[in-house]
Structures are given as C-alpha cells and as structure tokens.
Design a protein around this ligand. Structure first.
Ligand code: ATP
Ligand code: MG
Length: 571
C-alpha cells in the first residue's frame, strides 16, 4: 500500500477523553474514530488488525472442528421470553420495535438464537457433537462504555456454542475450546492467563476466563506462585490459616474513639493494625437486611455472599436501612447485642481480642472474643482473597494479585438453554434427551486493544507481527530523489512478490514526520531508504521493538524481513 494514496489520519496530541493507553494510541494512530458513546468506526489500519485477529480465531476454531455460521443481529423477543432472559437481562439489552409493533432486541450474545437453530435441525445423537460459531457484531447497552474498543456498546465478538449428547461429551468440547483459546492468544502474541471464573447462576466448576495481564485491566486475578492455580478474584479462594486461637482472652474494654468511623481512622487512632479489627457491613439480600463480619483489612466479595445467602439481588444497605435495622450509628456498628442475621467470614473465626464498633456514637469495643461476648452461627468464605494469602490447592504456595483484561471466556452451560427452549434429541435407545451445551466468546476488538496495552512505548504502538496492520514499512527519505525512489520501488515490489504486507511511505514529507508516524502506528519492521546510504548500496533495517538498526544491501534487507515475518507467523 502506498501511504500517499492510503488513509491513515494520525494525530499528534493525546485525545483528552481517552483514559487508557490503547484507546489513546488507537485514536492517535488513526485506527478508529468514535461515532457515539461506545460506538466506533474502524478505519483502514484498525480494520486490518481486527481482520488479522478474526483470521487467527477462524483458523483455530476451524482446526478445533467448529463450524462457522452467521446469525442475525436483530433477534425476536419471543425467543428471549422462552429462555426467561427478556425479563432478566435488564438495560444492557437494547430493545426495539418494528413497524408492526413487534418487539426485537439487538443480540448481546446468541444462546437463544443458536439453540433455536439446533432444536429445529438436530434430531439424533448421530448429529452431535456439533460446535457452531460466528464472528459478528454484538450490541450491549453498557452502563459505562469506555476505553475505546475495550468496552464498547457495539463490538465484534466470536461466539461459539457446542452441543453434545452427554456431560462427558460436553467436557471434551470444552477442553477443545480451552486449548484452541490458548493457541489463539499465543498466536496473537499476548501474555495471558486462563483463570477459573465464577459460573453465576449455572454453578459448577466449569468456566475459565482468558485474561491479558495489564495494569489497566478492570479485573483482579490471582495466581499461585507455586502451582498452576489461577482464578478471578470474584471466585478465588484461599486456605484458611487459624491464627490466634490459642491467645488468652483479655477483659472487654470500651474505648472512646471520637469521630473515628472508618477502619483506617480507628486503627490509626488506636495504633493497631487494621487486621486486628472486625468490621460489620450490612447488605440487602432480596430486600432483607443481612449483616456480615469481616476482618478490617478484608473486602466483602458480593458474589460469594450472594451464593451463601442464595438470593437473587444483593446490594449494600443504605445508611437509613442500616440505622433502622441495627439501631446503631453508622461507623460504630458492631455485632454485640445485634438481632440481625450475621454471616461472618471464616477468617474472623480464628481472631481473638479484636476491635468492633460499640453500637454507640464515638465508641468502640476492645478485646472482643467470640462466644464470651457474642455468638455467631454462620461462617462462610465471603471475602476477596488478598496478595500473600495461602494457595487453596497446594501447600506452601502464595497467591499473587494481577490486573487483567478479559479477552475470552469459555463456559459449560449444561442444559440451561436447551431445557428452556426444549432442544432435544433421540439417544440410541430411542429415548428423548436434552442437549448439553457450552458457550465460548472472544472479544475481537478488545483483543486488539489489549495487545496495544501490552505492546507500546512512549512513541506509539509496537505490534507483534501476527496482528500488525502491515508487517513492514518502507520509509523513503526523499522520494523526489531518483535513486531513493527507484530503490524504494524495487524493495516494495520485491516484498510484495514475497507475499508480505507492506506500507510504502512515499509521501513528500520530512523524515522526522515519517519516522514519527511509523513509530506511532507500530509497524514491526522498517526499511529506511536514504540517498547517503544508497551511495554505498545500503539501506537501514530497523526493528520497532528493540530499536536495533542494521545497514544491509537491498537483497539482504528484503530477505531478512521475509525471514523474520515468516518465522513470526510460523510459516
Ligand atoms: P465483561 O465482564 O468485561 O463485561 P462479559 O463477561 O460480559 O465481559 P462475555 O459475555 O463472556 O463477556 O463476552 C465474551 C467476550 O466478549 C468477553 O470475553 C470480551 O472479550 C468481549 N466483550 C464483552 N463485553 C464487551 C464490550 N462491552 N466491549 C468489547 N468487548 C466485549
Ligand atoms: Mg459484560
């Protein structure tokens, strides 16, 4: 592609409304433009990278035996009513009406639609296993679209759905997808981890998220420094260490803590670690107040708590509700004398002589102990694990925390949708049975964005070769100079003949401008053609990532680029 005839609207300044680096760089490199909140146009460079990821995904899905289809984006409400999600999905589902007043929605995911296809077409166990996938535009009316393609409202997803005759088959299909996902993200050049994830209302231990490691990630994940345990913090567990059970109980003491409400304020004031305090948090579970007890430095995990209580809705109680339910001032809440249902985190069980609120303004209680001062009947794991916790799977391992971006998700669905939509088949004995399903998603645009989060420097993007919009850029330093133009054209023709993807910067621009743009858009290899070096029959080959530069003959430069690219692509 000749730069002068192409469309790469680069921008010098960092756009003010872009918070994360991938969003900033995708705008600056002219890859995408925003049309409305969370809705983007893909410009040529952006589209090329998107297509590369799509192709890697497509190749690996095909290799794993999945079959590509394409389902509609506009889907009828009736299907969603059958599965119960028309009512459940909430505002993320963009609902529309046609001219005849029929209700539709824009597909945020396609379990209903694909299950409808399968229930109509699959009759016999012989037709399975079956895995159908598509690469398609989704719409979710996200409450906070942000970070560019990372969390859009309209975005491209690969979604696959497997259909099996029994659980064993479903497990095998899941494993195939899990392995395909590993290959996909490896081929994209990403540093990632597959972590155990929460399975929501479906339950079971069969969900993994593929997380790209990045500080800007919205998810917190943990991994063990000793074994291969890794999980989303939403789900992660740790081994409970019984710490102070043998400690002698000291006499209960009421202490004056004027205006000290938060754990931080109380522990600073009393000069004790936050880990020696116990906090009481009140939640509303299906509109009923429930109190929780956690060690002061621990965070409540609402997903775990929701499971323990078995409720549908859970939210933190408002100050008003707390005041009514506990008759205690906010900030000085404690378990002693409370009639509320109290669920304590298992860590609290091993604590002795701790601090709690006295249920009285400006007072806390010191040297509090279970049984002697109050009794708890319900203990459960309801907290987020923290850095340094003991691994739940191995002995001696320690949990480390990371930030991650979820780029893919594999999920064993079981019979949730097939049951609701009555997708059945006849087994070898002629008995009617319900199909076992799995679903598997990859965010295509999010994958490109996370790749940029991991691969950039102060000058711009550093694309890994497999998903770079072009593999090589030729910067002709003064294309008006005949020798430069001829040599550049020759290199361009030779690289194209080798089947490489080349951007030829033939613009009448200063070298500085060309170098800046080349760095910004992140093309991995650059051949610089200048009159001075040409006098000695040389051009420069520069590696974007390392900054390394070599002076080579035209032949050598061409063959070097060819080798590097093909090696990176594994061909
Ligand atoms: P998140 O927790 O980030 O909202 P999700 O659990 O809703 O993700 P899935 O329903 O599992 O996501 O969708 C499959 C994949 O689609 C995700 O792994 C992610 O890569 C991508 N994805 C989901 N929501 C968005 C979005 N708003 N913008 C871009 N990609 C998205
Ligand atoms: Mg979501």
């Amino acid at each position: 592609m000749r730069y002068s005839q192409y469309f790469i609207p680069t921008v010098k300044e960092t756009p003010a409304d872009a918070e994360v680096v991938s969003h900033q760089l995708m705008l600056r490199a002219g890859m995408v433009r925003k049309l409305a909140a969370g809705i983007y146009s893909y410009l040529p460079l952006g589209l090329r990278s998107i297509r590369k990821v799509e192709n890697i995904v497509r190749e690996e899905m095909d290799k794993a035996g999945a079959i590509e289809i394409l389902m509609p984006m506009v889907t009828p409400a009736e299907l969603w009513e059958e599965s119960g999600r028309w009512a459940q999905y909430g505002k993320e589902l963009l609902r529309i009406k046609d001219r005849k007043d029929n209700q539709f929605c824009l597909g945020p995911t396609h379990e209903e639609v694909v299950t409808d296809i399968v229930r109509r077409e699959i009759r016999s166990y012989r037709q399975m296993p079956l895995n159908l996938y598509q690469i398609q535009t989704k719409f979710r009316d996200e409450i906070r679209p942000r970070f560019g393609l990372m969390r859009g409202r309209e975005f491209i997803m690969k979604d696959a759905y497997s259909f099996d005759v029994d659980e064993k088959g479903a497990d095998a299909s899941y494993e195939k997808m899990y392995q395909a996902y590993r290959r996909i993200f490896e081929r994209c050049g990403l540093k990632f981890r597959a972590v155990e994830a929460d399975t929501g209302s479906i339950g079971g231990n069969w969900s993994h998220e593929f997380m790209v490691l990045a500080d800007s990630g919205e998810d917190a994940i943990v991994s063990c420094n000793n074994c291969n345990y890794a999980a989303n913090v939403e789900k992660a567990e740790s081994r409970v260490i019984k710490s102070a059970e043998h400690c002698e109980p000291r006499p209960l003491e009421k202490v004056h803590t004027p205006g000290k409400k938060s754990i931080q304020e109380v522990s600073d004031f009393l000069q004790i670690p936050a880990a020696a305090t116990v906090k009481m948090l009140v939640v509303m579970a299906d509109n009923k107040p429930v109190a929780t007890l956690l060690r002061g430095d621990h965070d409540l995990n609402e997903i775990k708590l929701k499971k323990v209580i078995g409720c549908d809705e859970l939210e933190m109680a408002t100050d008003e509700v707390i005041a009514k339910a506990t008759a205690a001032p906010v900030g000085f809440l404690g378990p002693i004398g409370q009639r509320l249902r109290i669920i304590a985190d298992t860590t609290v069980k091993g604590m002795r002589n701790f601090i709690v609120g006295a249920n009285e303004t400006d007072y806390h209680l010191k040297n509090v102990n279970h049984e002697r001062d109050f009794s708890i009947t319900e203990y459960a794991d309801i907290r987020n694990v923290t850095h340094g916790d003991s691994c739940p799977r191995c002995s001696g391992g320690m949990l480390e925390m990371w930030r991650g971006i979820e780029v893919g998700h594999v999920f064993k669905l079981g019979m949730k949708y097939s049951k609701a939509l009555n997708a059945t088949f006849l087994d070898p004995d002629g008995k009617e049975k319900i199909v076992f399903m799995g679903c598997y998603g990859i965010g295509i645009g999010r994958t490109v964005a996370s790749c940029i989060e991991q691969n950039h420097d102060e000058n711009g993007i550093i694309f890994p070769i497999p998903i770079a919009p072009f593999q090589c850029i030729i910067s002709a330093l003064n294309p008006k100079d005949d020798s430069v133009r001829l040599a550049s054209e020759e290199i361009y023709a030779k690289l194209l003949a080798l089947g490489l993807e080349v951007l030829y910067d033939d613009r009448d621009e200063r070298p500085g401008v060309k170098f800046k743009d080349a760095d910004l858009i992140g093309i991995p290899l650059r051949i610089v053609v200048g009159a001075k070096n040409l006098l000695e029959g040389r051009v420069e080959l520069k590696h974007r990532r390392s900054g390394a530069m070599e002076l080579l003959s035209i032949e050598e430069a061409v063959s070097s680029v060819n080798t590097i690219v093909k090696e990176a692509l594994g061909i």
